[in-house]
Write a protein that binds this ligand. Structure first.
Ligand code: SAM
Length: 283
């Protein structure tokens, strides 16, 4: 069904299905008609490409993706939306809707079963209450996808897309950069949604790396990143000592071997610095 971002059409559909918004499920539906075509285009959806969408809502973005991609699989947790999607996506034979929690789903298996031999991308207007867990699951599961294009809160977008080593960077910046090259694409005002959230949003694209940018023991690397940012205001020797439960002496030896000043702050470190620290940690 075209024109789904028209507020009158949405209200009519939702009224007929007796649907009320769930705040707990992060249900803010897009009503700005310019956003979904732009997102779908940016996602890389096209001929020969399969798309996974998370949280289709009433299917406003799904409609655009179905027009561009060979196949779309949309994962929606709220079972009340399944009959709505049956109506709004009725004209497409290249879409499958799955009623599931994306955090519980085996996406590698889904890709194997539904997109065998195809290039796969992910595109979603994410529910804000699970932005970071979803993004980290998509990356940590090492899915065979080339790009992830998602709408998130503006502050989350800025944090994820900040350069590693800048004041704005955090554990999520370093972790995302390990798996992908993030870029901020465009801003979307709060008024583009119904109901309007309190904050503005932004669309980001993560181009998934074929190889990690640093050679490292992954488990140690992420343990170091987490510990380093757990005490943002502390110098690195203190935060690592606390976070890794090691004495200051031991940590200072590790930092010296890694060539990282013990009074540096986590946000100033590069991916190579974190990898060097992880490489010098004993098992
Ligand atoms: N794509 C629609 C749009 O842009 O208008 C809706 C986006 S709305 C921000 C987020 C959607 O994610 C809702 O439809 C919500 O029910 C769904 N959702 C929330 N938690 C989910 C989960 N764990 N797994 C899958 N879908 C979820």
């Amino acid at each position: 069904m075209r024109g789904l971002s028209d507020i009158g059409t949405i209200k009519d559909i939702l009224h007929r299905h007796g649907f009320t918004f769930s705040k707990a499920l992060g249900q803010n539906f897009l009503i700005n008609p310019s956003v979904c075509p732009r997102m779908a285009e940016l996602s890389g959806a096209g001929e020969g490409v399969g798309v996974i969408e998370i949280g289709p809502g009433i299917g406003v973005l799904t409609n655009e993706l179905c027009q561009l991609a060979d196949k779309v699989v949309a994962v929606e947790l709220d079972k009340r939306l399944i009959p709505v999607l049956g109506e709004t996506l009725a004209e497409y034979d290249n879409v499958k809707v799955i009623n599931a929690d994306v955090l519980e789903l085996d996406l590698n298996k889904l890709i194997e079963e539904d997109f065998s031999g195809m290039e796969v991308v992910i595109c979603a207007n994410l529910p804000y209450y699970i932005t970071s867990p979803v993004i980290m699951k998509l990356l940590e599961d090492k899915l065979p996808v080339t790009a992830i294009t998602v709408m998130v809160q503006k502050e989350a977008a800025q944090r994820i897309c900040a350069p590693v080593g800048s004041r704005e960077s955090g554990a999520v910046t370093v972790s995302v950069n390990y798996y992908a090259e993030p870029s901020l694409q465009f801003h979307v005002s709060a008024g583009s949604f119904m109901p309007a959230p309190k904050v503005d949003s932004a669309v980001i694209r993560l181009d998934v790396r074929k190889e990690p940018p640093v050679i490292t023991d992954e488990e140690k690397f992420f343990r170091v990143v987490k510990a380093a940012f757990s005490q943002r205001r502390k110098v690195i020797s203190n935060s690592l000592s606390l976070g890794l439960k090691m004495s200051k002496d031991e940590i200072n030896k590790v930092l010296a071997a890694a060539n990282v000043p013990s009074n540096a702050r986590a946000e100033k470190l590069s991916l190579d610095d974190f990898a060097a620290i992880a490489g010098n940690l004993r098992d």
